[in-house]
Design a protein around this ligand. Sequence first.
Ligand code: COA
Length: 357
Amino acid sequence: MTPPLVPDIKPVPTKARSPLGVVELVLGDGQTVKAVGVVYGLEHRLETADFEAELFLDQYNQRLRVLNYTATDVAQLVLSLRKLADANGFDKIIVMASHDDWQSFLRFGYVLEAVLEYYHGGEDAFVVSKFRSQERLDSPNLMDETLLIEQISARDVGARTPKPVPEGYSIRLARREDIFSLLELYQEIFDSYPSPLKHASYLEHIFQKESLFAVCVHNNSVVAAASAELMPSKRAAELTDCATRKEARGKGLMSHLLLRLEEELCRRAYVCAYTMARGRSYGMNSVFFQLGYEYTGRLINNCDIYGAYEDMNIWVKDLRPLQSTDGRAAVTAASSASSASTTTTASADGDAQEAST
Ligand SMILES: CC(C)(COP(=O)(O)OP(=O)(O)OC[C@H]1O[C@@H](n2cnc3c(N)ncnc32)[C@H](O)[C@@H]1OP(=O)(O)O)[C@@H](O)C(=O)NCCC(=O)NCCS
């Protein structure tokens, strides 16, 4: 008999939610911007003689993210980031640092939170963070989260094939006409979400271009979904937006969705698949462990998800061993389970399309 699922623990708010309606952000010395509407954040670029950096001023999650940078003088970059974070009241700065200079950040009070293996086209990225408030630094459930990883990792010795897709359920890449169902699903499952996933225009914009969505359909209704956020220049993708309706959990649906996305990533010669899993979600961490992902660290109070700020565990997988020598994806449990009903083709602009056969 299958053991009962471990109950899902909702995070308890430890920090006030950020306002989104009218947002004033500081971009640099004497430079501000006022945005009206629901504003999650702004992409911003800083260029000086000492460094160049692509940033995300993340209003929703009250953090400054450095997406890409090059620096001849890390100290100057660090100083500018601190000024910008303080001016905007952001209490966390996150940098995807390179192998050559991640240790320089430690000299300025950053901490190494995780190693994102294979992230830069096969080279590791080092996730270094600086906390700017005690509130952001305090994580009340750290020990439980540590034990959860130990418990999950002790359950098995490696990747396992998930149980077959149950009869009446089908796994496929999403189509444009699924967008409304996806919105319904995400609105039902997530009280809060770190990206504008519950807004139709955002979903329409990223759909199957910047993010590949896969869905599980049962009785003409989307019961589970996940996506791969693509970073083509790095050959890396974040597996995210994972949700299964309560009544459909524990049937292996999420595992098959993620395998379907992996298969598509392999077909496109991606190297790195990674995820940030909610620190207190036994289910989410368990799914990635069972699919052969490696736990490589935890980002404290990383984002506002599922109703409050939560620690996020990083799990990483090297996709290269899954690819056959001609670059195509090797057959996976998901493709073999779904191949009877679907075929995948790539259109001229690289958009994934799926047709029923
Ligand atoms: C996390 C979540 C997506 C898992 O989806 P799912 O479709 O139930 O996952 P699967 O059935 O593919 O799980 C795969 C394996 O993990 C196990 N598992 C999943 N959730 C579990 C739980 N809560 N307790 C124990 N085991 C669990 C399954 O039993 C299965 O193992 P098995 O093959 O040995 O039976 C789902 O619980 C969910 O939507 N949670 C709320 C949203 C959320 O937190 N998303 C994550 C954001 S980071």
